[in-house]
Design a protein around this ligand. Structure first.
Ligand SMILES: Nc1nc2c(ncn2[C@@H]2O[C@H](COP(=O)(O)OP(=O)(O)OP(=O)(O)O)[C@@H](O)[C@H]2O)c(=O)[nH]1
Ligand SMILES: [Mg+2]
Length: 201
C-alpha cells in the first residue's frame, strides 16, 4: 500500500463529531499505553502524526485518520488505566462502546496486546465483546523489541490461550521501534479493505 495522503479528519467524543460514513474504517483498540498511536504512525509512515506519550491515557478522544481519501484508521482511547476516576472510566466506556456498536462503516477492530505479558481481564473482555459483535479483525502483540526470542514463543502462546484464539486466528508480533511485523500488518489491513476500496489506486 502506498500512503499518499493522511489527514486527521475528525477528533470526536460524541457521534455528531464523527466524519461521514462514506469511507470504511478500521479501529485500533487496546489497553492504555499499549502502543496504539505509535503503531498507527508506523502504518501511516509518519513520525508523530498520531500523538503518543509515555504517560498512559494520552489519547482521550476518537481520532479519525483518513488515508488516500479511501479509508480511515481510527485511534481509540485506551482502557484499563488504573489512575482514572470512575466517572472518567464510564465516560470512556460509553464513548468507545457507542462508536463500536453503532458505526455502520466500521469493518473490523485490530486489538493490541502487550507482548510482554499475558492478556489482562479487560483485554479478554474486550476481545470477547469484539467477537460477539463480529468486529474481531486480528490481534497484534506490541513492543516485541522488549522481549527476547525465547520469550516470544512463550508469550505468544500465552496470549493465544488467554484470548481463546483458534488456530486460524491471526496474532501478529509487532514493534513500532524496529518495525517488526509492519509489512504483514499492512498486508492484513489491505486484506480487510480489499473488498471495500481499491487501496492501491
Ligand atoms: N519499546 C517500544 N516502545 C513502544 C512501542 N510502541 C509504543 N511504545 C512506547 O509506549 C508508550 C505508549 O505509546 P502510545 O502509542 O502513546 O500508546 P497508546 O496505546 O496510544 O496509549 P493511549 O493513547 O494512552 O491509550 C510510548 O512511550 C511509546 O514510545 C514499541 O513497539 N516498542
Ligand atoms: Mg494513543
Amino acid at each position: 500500500m502506498i500512503i499518499k495522503t493522511v489527514e486527521l479528519t475528525a477528533v470526536a467524543v460524541r457521534p455528531q463529531q464523527y466524519p461521514e460514513i462514506n469511507l470504511p474504517e478500521i479501529a485500533f483498540a487496546g489497553r492504555s499505553n499499549v502502543g496504539k498511536s505509535s503503531l498507527i504512525n508506523v502504518i501511516l509512515n509518519r513520525k508523530r502524526f498520531a500523538r503518543t506519550s509515555s504517560s498512559p491515557w494520552k489519547t482521550q478522544t476518537i481520532n479519525f485518520y483518513e488515508v488516500n481519501n479511501a479509508f480511515r484508521i481510527v485511534d481509540l482511547p485506551g482502557y484499563g488505566y488504573a489512575r482514572v476516576s470512575k466517572t472518567e472510566k464510564e465516560k470512556w466506556g460509553s464513548m468507545v462502546e457507542g462508536y463500536l456498536k453503532s458505526r455502520e462503516n466500521l469493518l473490523k477492530v485490530v486489538q493490541l496486546i502487550d507482548a510482554r505479558r499475558p492478556p489482562t481481564d479487560m483485554d479478554m473482555q474486550m476481545y470477547e465483546w469484539l467477537r460477539y459483535y463480529q468486529l474481531d479483525g486480528f490481534v497484534v502483540a506490541t513492543k516485541s523489541d522488549k522481549i527476547s526470542n525465547n520469550e516470544k514463543q512463550k508469550n505468544i502462546s500465552n496470549i493465544r490461550k488467554g484470548l481463546g484464539l483458534n488456530k486460524e486466528d491471526i496474532l501478529l508480533l509487532v514493534s513500532s521501534l524496529n518495525k517488526q511485523g509492519k509489512d504483514q500488518l499492512v498486508g492484513l489491513l489491505e486484506e480487510l479493505l480489499w473488498d471495500e476500496v481499491k487501496v492501491n489506486e
